[in-house]
Ligand binder design. Structure first.
Ligand SMILES: Cc1cc2nc3c(=O)[nH]c(=O)nc-3n(C[C@H](O)[C@H](O)[C@H](O)COP(=O)(O)O)c2cc1C
Length: 374
């Protein structure tokens, strides 16, 4: 059996393989944050991808925490009911596990993703964003409203209430929560010295910059059943001098472990303009997962340009991570996991209706891969 298709346990969540579909915003929600037919199609397709864990896109814990006016939310009864309905539908045909990424977009909120992520002002259906300091995200953006301690208390409450809703949804609820602590959104912007210039207890040394992350982590751990799987996505680097370092991120991860977190996912960037990106080669962020895994002793998820089953297998075999997330490669091929299992010699569990397309029964499967039909 390959490592990629060997089981792993996070909290009380038993995953049958280590292929994860990471959160990927669809920007297709109605303006009230409700899932649309697109979400049913998208998550339904990924639920039969062969990945055993699908993490729902960044889902706002309050209205101004959404990345765009068309992002999902989980802060109203109507949203909770609609997500419940979506999950129940998908679970009627798939036993894949569902996680949800809870997010507050902070100073990067209210953007138009299909138009170069420009800021959407209130008169066009957007809102004024909230940030750690009076520092803009970019030229088209207003100065964020600087979060007061009361605002932060509300944000923390919002995350905890969203976790309660995520537990209730579909009775059995989501199987896992991932907090979005990467890409320059609220938690990430507090962690990074590039965005956080506060002089109070939430700014300055790492201990202060990680205070919001830890307070949210603690509140969510309390609101989410003790054994249910919980993780956070973090930036391993901002790709800019003066940004968060991998050594700091490892300290945050170690603290999250103490708070009862089961894993961290390592991503990077998005905190400030002028990033000095490295060559975006397959697995380019996996060394970040490796460093945190080795120093913080917490399970890690690698993500970023993992394209082939063998690349994913190597990341696990080399001890860089415990789970591997497959994003765009799964948008390109929504049966990525089924194909990966067959490439690595493992059993691919096809949905019943599709069994005649499996490699062991359909000669076309091998023909298609070795010599594409003209
Ligand atoms: C369409 C799209 C939407 C994304 N939305 C999110 C998101 O909601 N939350 C998040 O943490 N990352 C998001 N990402 C980043 C992915 O989770 C992933 O880290 C990134 O695509 C790199 O992995 P890949 O090379 O396998 O695609 C998004 C990426 C894409 C392509």
């Amino acid at each position: 059996m390959s490592r990629l298709f060997s089981p792993i346990t996070l909290g009380n969540l038993e995953l049958r393989n280590r292929v994860v579909i990471p959160p990927m915003c669809q920007y297709m929600a109605a303006s009230d944050g409700l899932p649309a037919p697109w979400h049913h199609m998208h998550y339904g397709a990924l639920a039969i991808s062969g990945a055993d864990l699908i993490i729902q896109e960044a889902t706002g814990v309050d209205a101004i925490g959404r990345i765009s006016p068309n992002c999902l939310g989980i802060y109203t009864d109507a949203q909770e009911a609609a997500l419940t309905d979506m999950l129940a539908g998908i679970r009627s045909f798939s036993s894949a596990r569902f996680g949800i990424q809870l997010a507050h977009a902070g100073r990067k909120a209210s953007c138009e993703p299909f138009d170069s992520y420009v800021y959407v002002p209130p008169e066009k259906g957007g809102w004024h964003p909230l940030g750690p300091s009076a520092a803009k995200h970019g030229d088209s953006w207003p100065l964020p409203r600087v979060a007061t301690q009361d605002d932060l208390r509300e944000v923390i409450k919002g995350f905890a209430e969203a976790a309660r809703r995520a537990d209730r949804a579909d009775r059995a609820g989501y199987d896992l929560i991932e907090l979005h602590g990467a890409h320059g959104y609220l938690i990430s912007s507090f962690l990074s010295p590039l965005a956080n210039r506060r002089t109070d207890a939430y700014g300055g040394p790492l201990e202060n910059r990680m205070r919001l992350a830890v307070e949210i982590a603690r509140a969510v751990r309390k609101a989410w059943p003790a054994q249910k799987a919980l993780g956070m996505r973090l930036n391993g680097t901002d790709w800019l001098e003066g940004g968060i370092t991998i050594a700091e991120t490892a300290q945050v991860a170690a603290r999250l472990k103490e708070e009862g977190f089961d894993y961290v996912a390592l991503s990077s960037g998005g905190n400030a303009r002028g990033q000095k990106l490295p060559p975006i080669v397959p697995g380019y962020q996996a060394p970040l997962a490796q460093e945190v895994r080795a120093t913080a002793g917490i399970a890690t998820m690698a993500v970023g340009m993992v394209l082939t089953p063998h690349q994913a297998e190597d990341i696990l075999a080399e001890g860089k991570a415990d789970l591997v997330a497959i994003g765009r490669a799964a948008l390109d091929d929504p049966r990525w996991g089924l194909h990966a299992a067959q490439a690595l010699g493992d059993e691919a569990v096809y949905p019943r209706s599709y069994w005649r397309a499996a490699g062991r029964v359909w000669p076309g499967y091998a023909m298609l891969r070795s010599a594409p039909v003209a």
